[in-house]
Ligand binder design. Sequence first.
Ligand SMILES: NC(=O)c1ccc[n+]([C@@H]2O[C@H](COP(=O)([O-])OP(=O)(O)OC[C@H]3O[C@@H](n4cnc5c(N)ncnc54)[C@H](O)[C@@H]3O)[C@@H](O)[C@H]2O)c1
Length: 420
Amino acid sequence: MSGGYPSVVSARRYASGMSPAEDSGRAAVSMSAGLHLQECFFQCIFVGMADRVLITGGAGFIGSHTADLLAKKGYKVRILDDLKPPVHDRDWPDYVLNKGYELIKGDVSKKNTWLTALRGVDYVFGLAAHQDQLPNFSKFFEVNTLSNALLYEVIVAKKLPIKKIVFASSQFIYGDGVYICPHTKRRFYPDLRTLDQLKKQRWDILCPQKVSAQFVPFREDQQPNPTNSYGLSKVALENLALRLGKTYNIPTTILRYSIVQGPRQSPRNLYSGSLRIFVTQALEGEPITVYEDGQQKRDFVNIEDIARSNVLALENDKMNFQIFNAGGGKGYTVLQFAEMVKRLTKSTSKISLAGEFRQTDTRNAVSSVKKLQKFGWKPKFSPEKSIRDYVDWVKDIGVDRASVRSQRMRLRKLGVVEGG
Ligand SMILES: NC(=O)c1ccc[n+]([C@@H]2O[C@H](COP(=O)([O-])OP(=O)(O)OC[C@H]3O[C@@H](n4cnc5c(N)ncnc54)[C@H](O)[C@@H]3O)[C@@H](O)[C@H]2O)c1
């Protein structure tokens, strides 16, 4: 960056070797099988197919896959990313290069970045985020919340004709969510499990009668109850985005992703979850370390399904000013997931259930995706596919053994991981 302004390092539009018209034509075929080819060709050219989409955090995992799908459909893609460690090594990753994307290196928390990045833009995906396990609380709000307030500030001040903004939120905003007590049949929002409870390896959420309560899958209309700064910063983002969006008539949609899996998940980010850690351990023949008793449930969603949910949110006006879960639609225990990784990697690793835990982990996290399904979306791909695709990719780029081990040590040292 120079003078506080972000640098635009590439501005080629069509790297496929095809003319824009050819490219749009190809997009037309994949876009709407129901339309006559010629009809779609014109529709695609004249109704928005040359729209420019800005993706913040577009050099990351979800952003880059979303970019690829948008480009396939004929959109012009502009990526804004600060490329900072630990996710990146300050350079553009190969998978966004030579694709004709406009690449802007810049920080979303700086106003100047937005002034440059929003020029000529029709749509915005807000995917840039601070994701970490470290206790740097204010950073979450700076990157995940404040930066996006700046986005609206610039749009309103400059009267920019932005057609829609889609934000990435997270299943994390639900925290432990809602449970039902088996005796009283009453629903309740549990508090974070206490350190004392976890140290005694009493993993379940208990109702006031001290028996295990029953988890209810997350629904969009339930009260958010985040357990950490990341979740809190995303709730704040949701509130400000919907409020400012409605006030200034800037269509805005929020997607609350579950655990997204697939290739390009940064192998160096402390935050990226069980897939990266389990696969690395399995490929190395090291114990696959599962927290708690492994019976905690999660839902896993494939990156291709998430990219589709993003494009749907961009294109469907009926989704404006609403929040949607985007998840795998089915819960698995973490132990089941570890077994899946072991089987698919043909690993000799043992699965270790040493009773380690992280205090801000939720016991269960499974989202209902019924609301998004009403808009024609459903998760198509299994966690098995995500694991296979991820393993192929990791083998391609090389397993980062040292990093996984040192990150585990660091989390223990910081007291983020305890027990065992
Ligand atoms: N991956 C998941 O399972 C998951 C689940 C729920 C929500 N999300 C959300 O989805 C979005 C994308 O996540 P991801 O998994 O692709 O993560 P990622 O780390 O791969 O991508 C995030 C990108 O944002 C960029 N970034 C971070 N701070 C920035 C800043 N200040 N300025 C500009 N760029 C910055 C990073 O360099 C990175 O490329 C995030 O908002 C995240 O909170 C992800």
